[in-house]
Design a protein around this ligand. Sequence first.
Ligand code: NAD
Ligand code: UDP
Length: 336
Amino acid sequence: MNKDNLHILVTGGTGYIGSHVVVELLDQGHTVEIVDNLINSQIEVLDKIEQITNQRPVFHEVDLLDSSALNQVFDHSHFDLVIHFAGLKAVAESIEQPLKYYDNNITGALNLLQSMQSHDVKQLIFSSSATVYGDQGIEQCVETLPTGIKLTNPYGKTKYMIEEILKDLCVADPEFNIIALRYFNPVGNHVSGLLGENPNGIPNNLMPYIMKVAAGELPELHIFGNDYETPDGTCLRDYIHVVDLARGHLAAIRGLKPGFTAYNLGTGRPTSVLEMVTAFEQVSGQPLSHSFAPRRPGDLPKLYADPSKAERDLNWHAELTIEDAIRDILTFINHK
Ligand code: NAD
Ligand code: UDP
């Protein structure tokens, strides 16, 4: 496969990570079509993508659960490869509504794989998550670790289960080339401030919560736990700029090979919640109201990537810092 000008289907391409990947793909000269049902994104994202790249991807408002509509997308165009972002991702909601999550994420993935196989499209990059490593008491995760250990929520289990399905598919059909990218904690947005993460309601994740406090929409950040066995007592995570993450997908396209392969996409650098607050205050020049609250059930004290496999095989590593992410977030907040 010549990898220079590919025709790529991006599911979930109007979402937070997908939209950033679409920008990078268009900038590299690929042709992009998007499938999204807009359950967690807005159609206006297409205008922003066009503003940044001067190109507008073809958009199909299709639910992956609608297999006949999905097949029609594949009937209409021949894709060289698929990047699969579409899925529901709210951990707490997945505990409350497991069937919704299993249906949307697993059935959606199965429908996609069936359409791909029946249309002879056999190159796939899948959005997986560091959550597949579960709780095995290991802080720096490497791809040789087992997965699926003590997973605490249905969302994480869907990522694990889809990876297992992909492995089985590669055994049964050796023509498939599949990469699962295990994201650590994506943060930040495109430098233009036109794209970004903007959840409705009260966010669950740290950075969207900080953004709402900085924008004056929420009074203060509650830091969940300051008595962990970490240098400052707050949890450590691996925050990766979403543009670095997006570029990891371009590297993965170049690195596709027969069978199933998983790569961590992270920086390898742990940052505590308090360090993130301090960095935000330094870059913004404003204090960020915060207080300590009890631990959040299910949180691991320390989780960060060993990203050396992606560096070795894909020649990719993260280049941007959390300060870059915060600067870009401030541009995004000012654009809203
Ligand atoms: P997002 O919610 O912004 O994007 C997902 C997109 O998928 C949305 O536009 C949504 O409308 C669409 N979608 C959901 N179900 C669909 C369906 N049945 N049919 C069609 N479209 C559907 O989320 P994101 O943060 O961009 O995440 C993208 C992917 O990366 C997800 O699979 C997520 O689980 C995974 N991931 C995200 C993170 C993170 O912290 N953001 C971390 C690890 C993995
Ligand atoms: N966190 C916090 N307050 C919040 C949201 C998150 O203190 O309002 C902490 C959380 O306990 C964790 C870190 O920030 O230690 C990252 O949380 P997030 O939900 O963003 O990512 P995940 O836990 O899934 O890695």
